[in-house]
Design a protein around this ligand. Structure first.
Ligand code: 5AD
Ligand code: SF4
Length: 453
C-alpha cells in the first residue's frame, strides 16, 4: 500500500509573508495581524517568493527607518513584476504617517494603520490592480484585547503581551502619538488570561509592553474599587505562576511610581530590570523635549530604584544633537550617564520628524558632523560602562532562563539573568525553557560568559 504524504501546509490556502520593523510593539502587532489573517484562511510562509500577500509592518521613529522601507518597496516592485497578482501591504506606523503617499510608488496595494488590522481581510478582498485599499483610522478603544496573537518567535519561551496602545505624552521630537494615536489600556483580565495561556503552553517569560507602562490604568466599568494601575497589574501577572518571569517596557521617568518599584521588589519572578529612557542629561534639552522631568528628578528616581532593588539592571535611551543642543548640554548628558552608570543604552542622533512639535517650533540646527561626533562620544562612554558593569558580575551567580542555543557555538546555551544581561554557558544537558543557576567567569561588553553550578 502506498503511504500518503501529508503536505506541511495546505496548498489551497493563500500564503502571507510578514516583515517586521521597529519596536517590540510592532513585533507583537505582527502576531495580532497573523491571528486575524489565519482566521481569514491565510497560512504564514517564511519564503517571500511563494507568498500571495507580502506585508511590511513599518516604523517611522527616525528618517533612516523609513528610508529602509522605501528601499524594500523597490524590491517588492520586482516581486510584482515577476508574479502578477501578488499583493503588497504596508502596515504600521509608516502607513499611518504617510497614508496615500505610499500609493504613489505604484507598488503598494494596501495601506493599514495600527488600529485597522481587524479590517485587513475585508480590505484585501476589495483589492484589484486599479483599486488599492487604505484604512488609517485611529481608534480611542481598539486594544485587540480578544485576539490571541499567533507567536512567530521560535524559542517558545518568552513572549510579548501588549497591555496598552498609543501614547498621550507629547515629547516634542516623537512621531508615535501621531502614528499610534491616543493612549488606551487593555482589560487586565484579558492580559492575565493571555499570560496563563502562554504559561500553559510552555512559555516561561512574558514582557508587558506599552509606550509608557507606568500610565497603564484600567477603569472598571462597574466599580471604581476594581480599577487597576500598573503596579496592581504587575502583581496580577506575577501571581500567574512563580515560574513565569515578568518583564515590562517602557517605563517613563516622570511616571514610574514607588508602588511599582516596591512591587518589583516583592516578587522574585518580576525581573529586576528597568528600561528608563533619559534622552538627555541637560535640563534645557529636557524642557524643550517636553519630557516633563528634570535631571535631578531622574537621578532621584534612579536612587530610589537602587535603594529598594540594589542589583536592578538599568538601561536607557539617549538622543544626541537635539535642536539647539550646546556643547555644555552634551557634556551634561555624558555626566549623567557616568553618574548613573547604565548597564546598557540605545543611542540615536536626533532625526526631525515632520508634524512633530519640534519640527514646527525649533530648527534642526546641529550639523550632522557634530551630531555624529557627539553620538560617537556617547557610544564610546556607554561601551566602557557596559564592560565595567559586566566585569562587576564576574564571580556572581544568576538564575538564567534558557532561551536557546548560542548562534556562535552549538555546544553553548544562552539566556538572560533577571537583570536582563545575556549569559552564555556550556549546555551540560540543559534545555531551552529551563531555569539554571550559573556563575559568571568572564565577559565582553555585551555578554556574560558563565558556567553552570
Ligand atoms: N530622533 C531620534 N531618536 C528618536 N527617538 C524617538 N524619536 C526620535 C527622533 N525623532 C528615540 C528615543 C526613544 C526611542 C524609542 O527612540 O530615544 O526613546
Ligand atoms: Fe514602534 Fe515608534 Fe517605530 Fe511605531 S514609530 S514602530 S511605535 S518605534
Amino acid at each position: 500500500m502506498e503511504k500518503s504524504i501529508k503536505p506541511l501546509t495546505d496548498p489551497s490556502k493563500p500564503k502571507v509573508y510578514i516583515e517586521t520593523y521597529g519596536c517590540q510593539m510592532n513585533v507583537n502587532d505582527s502576531e495580532v495581524i497573523l491571528s486575524i489573517l489565519q482566521d481569514a484562511g491565510y497560512v504564514l510562509t517564511g519564503d517571500i517568493d511563494e507568498a500571495s500577500l507580502i506585508l511590511a509592518n513599518t516604523c517611522s521613529i527616525r528618517d533612516n527607518a523609513e528610508q529602509r522601507i522605501w528601499g524594500r518597496i523597490e524590491q517588492f516592485r520586482l516581486q510584482k513584476r515577476r508574479r502578477a497578482g501578488v499583493i503588497i501591504g504596508i502596515v504600521g506606523c509608516m502607513a499611518e504617517r504617510l497614508k496615500e503617499k505610499l500609493l504613489d510608488s505604484h507598488v503598494v496595494d494596501l495601506v493599514a494603520g495600527p488600529d485597522s488590522y481587524r479590517t485587513l481581510p475585508d480590505l484585501i478582498s476589495k483589492i484589484t490592480p486599479d483599486t488599492p485599499q487604505i484604512n488609517v483610522l485611529l481608534s480611542h478603544e481598539e486594544t485587540y484585547a480578544d485576539i490571541s496573537p499567533v507567536r512567530m518567535d521560535k524559542n517558545g519561551v518568552s513572549a510579548f503581551i501588549s497591555i496598552m496602545r498609543g501614547c498621550n505624552n507629547v515629547c516634542s521630537y516623537c512621531v508615535v502619538p501621531y502614528t499610534r494615536g491616543s493612549e488606551r489600556s487593555r482589560n487586565p483580565e484579558t492580559i492575565v488570561r493571555e499570560a496563563e495561556e502562554l504559561y500553559a503552553n510552555g512559555y516561561r517569560e512574558v514582557c508587558l509592553l506599552g509606550q509608557n507602562v507606568d500610565s497603564y490604568y484600567w477603569q472598571d466599568p462597574d466599580s471604581a474599587d476594581r480599577n487597576v494601575n500598573f503596579a496592581a497589574l504587575l502583581e496580577m501577572v506575577a501571581k500567574v505562576s512563580p515560574d513565569l518571569r515578568v518583564r515590562f517596557s517602557t517605563s517613563h521617568p516622570k511616571d514610574i511610581s514607588d508602588e511599582v518599584i516596591y512591587t518589583m521588589a516583592m516578587y522574585d519572578n518580576i525581573c529586576k530590570h528597568i528600561h528608563l529612557p533619559v534622552q538627555s542629561g541637560s535640563n534645557a534639552m529636557l524642557e524643550k523635549m517636553r519630557r516633563k522631568y528634570t535631571r535631578e528628578w531622574y537621578l532621584e528616581r534612579v536612587a530610589k530604584i537602587r535603594s529598594v532593588i540594589p542589583d536592578c539592571g538599568l538601561t536607557t535611551d539617549v538622543i544626541a544633537g537635539f535642536c539647539g543642543e550646546t556643547e555644555q548640554d552634551h557634556r551634561d548628558t555624558l555626566s549623567l550617564m557616568e553618574e548613573v552608570c547604565f548597564d546598557g543604552a540605545f543611542m540615536f542622533q536626533y532625526s526631525e520628524r515632520p508634524g512633530t512639535l519640534a519640527a514646527r517650533k525649533y530648527t534642526d540646527d546641529i550639523p550632522t558632523e557634530i551630531k555624529t561626533s557627539r553620538l560617537n562620544e556617547i557610544i564610546a562612554l556607554q561601551n566602557r560602562m557596559s564592560l565595567e558593569s559586566n566585569e562587576r558580575e564576574i564571580g556572581k551567580r544568576h538564575t538564567v532562563l534558557i532561551e536557546g542555543v548560542s548562534k556562535r557555538d552549538p555546544g553553548q546555551l544562552f539566556g538572560r539573568a533577571s537583570n536582563n544581561k545575556v549569559c552564555v554557558f556550556p549546555s551540560c544537558g540543559h534545555k531551552t525553557g529551563e531555569y539554571v543557576t550559573v556563575e559568571v567567569t568572564s565577559c565582553t561588553s555585551a555578554t556574560l560568559i558563565a558556567k553552570t553550578v
